[in-house]
Write a protein that binds this ligand. Structure first.
Ligand SMILES: Nc1nc2c(c(=O)[nH]1)N[C@H]1C(S)=C(S)[C@@H](COP(=O)(O)OP(=O)(O)OC[C@H]3O[C@@H](n4cnc5c(N)ncnc54)[C@H](O)[C@@H]3O)O[C@H]1N2
Ligand code: MOO
Length: 485
């Protein structure tokens, strides 16, 4: 019986045998073992946005920096107005006015009040702020109509952040709230891993730039645009190069021209077994680049390695294969380069909506749409996945219409409707994962008990031990009581 983990291997039409394929997990492990976080540096807050903190940030100041008022009103001593009520207001002379601003206010004298604004420093001697609405708003004297609790409406020095406290730990992704906090504690240039700079380069003599009239046999270079967008979504700074023809010198010149300025290069095309597979031809003997047939569908031909110390990902040319390869291999690598763990797209567990087939010995990633629950906003463990359209490696419409990539293990060839399988959530245009990642964390308790032939669908690293090849016609068990709709 043929080994499904091997692939037919032909050179110039001559069949020379079957070579073992590399598993998806092995290929990813090799990539993650090679890439490194970008070199940490201090970046201005606007540059730091979207980056990952490279070191803990500790406070050198207190936040708030001084006791101040949380309300527009009057600074008083609580004891002076303890008897105040609407029926018997307590009248105090107003001996000063403290707006928010530089300087230190004069002390509050016993039996008096100071008009104070939100954020203004509390005058020494005051222990309470009475909000304007509890008074008659007087300028010379003020009638306090309610007795405040002592300490009311005072924001104490250091109650948010104490000097020396950990403000944000290394590994934090810097979003708007983190930028606000860093600025508030007066950190102008936090230490970050800069966004990786990624060059995107497509190969193919048939390619023309989008917007150009097409001649016979020509196609638009869609890969470089799609991969550039995916890399931006994944947090990279992207340099999209003009497509290069299938000529070794042109490819080598384009690659070596950009290597000194980038942290990674992603190419598409030219990695299969054809006569003009220029990427393979040039890189097969360059740096540590290795070309593998990875046991996956789509995206079988893959290359990866260092050239002049720069990670180079050579993705297959078929447009869907290129983008799915990006999500499986390049996104985790970019996460690692950004200083994150490199876990890739988040996983959920879905119910398969119709019978599916999958090639034996390959992990397949059908593009699926997700049927949402009642109000259309939530994804739940019972989310049903339907094929999003044609699954050919050239059929982009189904990828554009998909919300997730189903993961069918290597050992499974038939997936009956109702099966429970893991799926990778595709990012939306903002790079976020659909709208509302909080809802979609898989309820692992809800996953079917794995059949010995089908690995654990909830295993975070994929399928735990590699699925054993050679178990023809293995099927995923149907979820009890979860009929396909
Ligand atoms: N005899 C074999 N042929 C092929 C095999 C195989 O094992 N044996 N594998 C197939 C698989 S699977 C894939 S995937 C492709 C990968 O081929 P390449 O990476 O060498 O890519 P190309 O041949 O250059 O192009 C494939 C396909 O994609 C189109 N393409 C390429 N670049 C772009 C681009 N920038 N934008 C849009 N479309 C692009 C190209 O025109 C081809 O149609 O090989 C199979 N063949
Ligand atoms: O594996 Mo290729 O990526 O199917 O088209």
């Amino acid at each position: 019986m043929p080994d499904p983990a091997c692939d037919e291997w032909c050179i110039e039409g001559q069949r020379i045998g079957r070579a073992p394929m590399t598993s998806v997990d092995e290929h990813l492990e090799r990539i993650l073992a090679t890439v490194r976080p970008t070199r940490a540096r201090q970046a201005r807050l606007d540059e730091a946005h979207g980056c990952v903190l490279a070191a803990d940030v500790r406070a050198t100041v207190a936040l708030p920096g001084f006791d101040n008022s949380a309300m527009d009103g009057y600074a008083v001593r609580a004891a002076d107005v303890a008897e105040a009520s609407a029926a018997t207001p307590v009248s105090l002379p107003v001996i000063g006015d403290v707006p928010a601003g530089p300087g230190s206010p004069a002390a509050l004298l016993p039996g008096a009040a100071v008009r104070i604004m939100t954020g203004a420093p509390l005058p020494p001697g005051a222990d309470t702020v009475v909000q304007l609405e509890w008074t008659d708003g007087g300028r010379r004297t003020v009638a306090v109509q309610r007795a405040p609790r002592r300490g009311l409406h005072i924001r104490r020095t250091g109650e948010d952040v104490a000097p020396g406290a950990l403000v944000l730990p290394a590994g934090t992704i810097i979003g708007s709230a983190q930028i606000s906090l860093l600025a508030a504690v007066n950190v102008a240039c936090p230490p970050v891993h800069p966004r990786p700079r990624v060059a995107v380069l497509s190969t193919g003599t048939e390619l023309v730039e989008v917007g150009t009239p097409l001649g016979a046999g020509q196609i638009v270079d869609s890969n470089s645009h799609g991969i550039a967008a995916a890399a931006r979504e994944a947090g990279a700074v992207v340099r999209r190069l003009a497509g290069v023809p299938d000529e070794p010198d042109a490819f080598a010149a384009a690659l070596h021209g950009v290597l000194p300025d980038v942290d990674a290069v992603v190419t598409t095309g030219g990695v299969s077994v054809g006569a003009y597979d220029v990427v393979k031809e040039v890189l097969a003997r360059t740096g540590t680049v290795r070309f593998d047939r990875v046991a996956m569908q789509p995206g079988k031909p893959q290359g990866f390695g260092l050239v002049d110390g720069v990670p180079v990902f050579t993705l297959p040319g078929n447009p869907v294969s290129a983008l799915i390869s990006f999500e499986l291999f390049v996104r985790p690598a970019l996460q690692r380069m950004r200083g994150l763990a490199g876990t890739g797209l988040p996983r959920i567990v879905v119910t398969v909506g119709s019978d599916l087939r999958s090639p034996l010995g390959k992990r397949s990633f059908p593009r699926v749409g997700l049927e949402r629950s009642g109000d259309g906003r939530r994804l739940e463990p019972a989310t049903v996945a339907h094929l999003a359209g044609g699954q050919g490696s050239h059929q982009l419409t189904s990828l554009a219409g998909a919300q997730a990539l189903l993961i069918i293990p290597e050992g499974v060839t038939e997936v009956p409707a109702g099966s429970r399988l893991p799926a990778l959530l595709l990012p939306d245009a903002s790079g976020a994962i659909l709208s509302g990642m909080a809802w979609v964390v898989a309820d692992t308790a809800d996953v079917d008990a794995p059949d010995p032939a089908s690995p654990d669908p909830a295993s975070p690293a994929g399928f735990g031990p590699r699925a054993e090849a050679g178990r023809g016609n293995a099927a995923v068990p149907r979820a009890a009581g979860s009929a396909a709709r």
